[in-house]
Write a protein that binds this ligand. Structure first.
Ligand code: GLO
Ligand code: MG
Length: 344
């Protein structure tokens, strides 16, 4: 089937199986091994955290960071792999224990902004203007710990500092309602697009939808896609799945709710996602039980499911659907969708 979609994942999606209750179940692999796997699977691009691109970034000077980013760019070019985005990892360092841009400590907020600028530098060298902001710790464990109104101002200040630092950089906010925080400040796409309007350059602030994050917020991921794309603001995408309101599961795309996955692909198709060069990224993890020899299956399977669902979207009987809608016969429409997904 002919299609325009390009696919992507990050090195963290080849994870080793650790969870809060137990250690890794697969051996750590080098970045080069991960890049080789990506290439072998025929994916087009890789997502990067700033420290995936430049390990131990906090211990390195600006010029060292640039030097290592240039070396990485050469390796990526050699393999014909694109860097889709770079994201500052603002949830590991001691300076980000109480949040990054919204930390109550001014020095720690400065650390977060400085590190975000290094991230923009890396993106520039890797050939991408897309900076993904998953605002992991921008929220609270107890609401009284921070002033919510002030936190919005601090987020805007941080975004403004990044927009001013580089006139080309585009910020793509990846909302998530919880985990690691009890409540996050930007839990949905609506919040992301609203705060964009308060920045110095709203045109350069957009969003990234992750299916699991929408589900955790009790929102339909397909509706989030339609909403973001109505504003022309969906610049990246983390497809995966999630079984109810639990810890963030990052299951393979379509693993739990095939119909919802179908609706997401349908929303992407009707809005022309990918036609401006956006990538379909899978933010999925292998199950902890996965053996080394099956390590890449969750990524291959997610793309396979996506493409099978694309066939289902393109062969969906739109005419029949339209006439059932005109007759308000949603009972029959419901069954038509189910039987279409089951196959005749
Ligand atoms: C976690 C997020 C995370 C981000 C990634 C890019 O819940 O989905 O995987 O997507 O760190 O910033
Ligand atoms: Mg994600």
């Amino acid at each position: 089937m002919k299609h325009h979609y390009k696919f992507c994942f990050g090195p963290w999606n080849i994870s080793e199986g650790q969870d809060p209750y137990g250690p890794t179940t697969r051996p750590a692999q080098t970045f080069d091994w991960k890049l080789a796997q990506l290439k072998k699977l025929g994916f087009d691009a890789m997502m990067f955290h700033d420290d995936d691109a430049v390990p131990d970034i906090d211990s390195k000077s600006e010029s060292q960071i640039r030097k290592e980013a240039k070396e990485l760019k050469k390796r990526l070019d050699g393999e014909g792999i694109v860097a889709e985005m770079v994201a500052p990892r603002l949830w590991f360092a001691p300076q980000t224990i109480d949040g990054a841009y919204t930390s109550n400590d001014k020095r720690h907020r400065q650390y977060a902004i400085d590190r975000s600028k290094r991230c923009i530098d890396i993106g520039k060298i890797l050939g991408t203007d897309l900076i993904v902001l998953w605002l992991a710790r921008e929220g609270t464990y107890i609401r009284e710990a921070k002033d919510g109104r002030r936190s919005v101002e601090l987020l805007v200040e941080a975004f403004d500092a990044m927009l001013a630092y580089d006139k080309k950089a585009r910020l793509s906010i990846e909302p998530k309602p919880n985990e690691p925080m009890d409540h996050a400040y930007l839990p949905t796409i609506g919040h992301a697009l609203a705060i964009a309007q308060l920045t110095r350059d709203p045109k350069r602030v957009g969003c990234l939808i992750e299916s699991a994050h929408a589900i955790l917020a009790g929102i339909d991921p397909a509706d989030e896609i339609d909403f973001a794309m109505s504003f022309g603001k969906l610049w990246s995408l983390h497809l995966n799945d999630q079984n109810g309101l639990k810890y963030d599961q990052d299951r393979p795309f379509g693993c739990t709710n095939l119909r919802s996955a179908f609706d997401q692909v349908r929303a992407l198709e009707r809005n022309g996602y990918g036609k401006n060069g956006e990538y379909v990224c899978f933010d999925v993890h292998p199950f902890r039980t996965t053996k080394v020899e099956h390590w890449m299956a969750h990524l291959d399977n997610s793309r396979r499911t996506f493409l099978r669902l694309l066939e289902k979207v393109r062969s969906y009987d739109e005419k029949q659907a339209k006439s059932l809608i005109a007759n308000r016969d949603y009972q029959a429409l419901d069954q038509m969708v189910i039987e279409h997904l089951l196959g005749k």
